[in-house]
Design a protein around this ligand. Structure first.
Ligand SMILES: CC(C)(COP(=O)(O)OP(=O)(O)OC[C@H]1O[C@@H](n2cnc3c(N)ncnc32)[C@H](O)[C@@H]1OP(=O)(O)O)[C@@H](O)C(=O)NCCC(=O)NCCS
Length: 159
């Protein structure tokens, strides 16, 4: 397996991958503003954003989307993280997170933010295991009875 920064030519691979995992997200990625196309184009090979992709023999098996200056805060934000269903439980999400940290630790960025949702206990547990700490709940943010859960992790010299 190889982890690398995506480039503009990876758009189609990312689109196919996101369609595969679409229903693992709530709401599905395709039903959010901008849909899958907007999600990819808003992050791929940007000035301060990109996808880290994991490939197995040139097949895209996982991706992590990140933004380096989230809402002008100077903090990073993970906007997408998924692993192909056949490859889960093999530390691939952990590896993507580690590569992101290595990249950010040489910058002035001190925190990585992420959100998940209250009906995704597996995703929440994964972030906790990767060292993210719960910060707040946005009640009924995704739908009636489905909250957004916010987490963050200190990196580098953050306090
Ligand atoms: C959540 C997801 C990214 C995990 O990917 P993965 O490659 O299987 O995760 P890893 O193998 O790197 O696991 C990292 C840690 O999280 C834990 N973990 C991963 N998935 C878990 C789950 N479903 N339930 C509980 N713990 C989980 C692992 O046990 C591991 O912790 P450990 O080393 O202390 O044992 C993957 O299941 C996925 O793509 N899910 C659908 C999309 C999603 O929910 N994305 C995240 C929320 S936005």
């Amino acid at each position: 397996m190889e982890i690398k920064e995506a480039n503009a030519y990876d758009f189609e691979k990312l689109r196919i991958f996101m369609e595969l995992v679409d229903d693992d997200f709530f709401p599905p990625l395709s039903l959010r503003p901008g849909g899958i196309h907007g999600r990819i184009s808003g992050c791929l090979a940007g000035t301060d954003s990109n996808y880290l992709i994991a490939e197995d023999e040139s097949i895209l098996i996982a991706a992590l989307g990140y933004h380096k200056n989230w809402d002008g805060t100077g903090e990073a934000y993970i906007s997408f993280l998924a692993v192909h269903p056949d490859y889960r439980g093999q530390d691939i999400a952990r590896s993507l997170d580690s590569v992101l940290i290595q990249k950010l630790e040489v910058t002035a960025i001190s925190y990585i933010n992420v959100t998940t949702w209250s009906t995704n206990p597996g995703g929440y547990e994964m972030y906790k295991r990767l060292g993210y700490r719960f910060t707040r709940t946005l009640k009924d943010h995704r739908a009636a009875g489905v909250d957004t859960l916010c987490l963050k992790k200190k990196i580098g010299h953050g306090v």
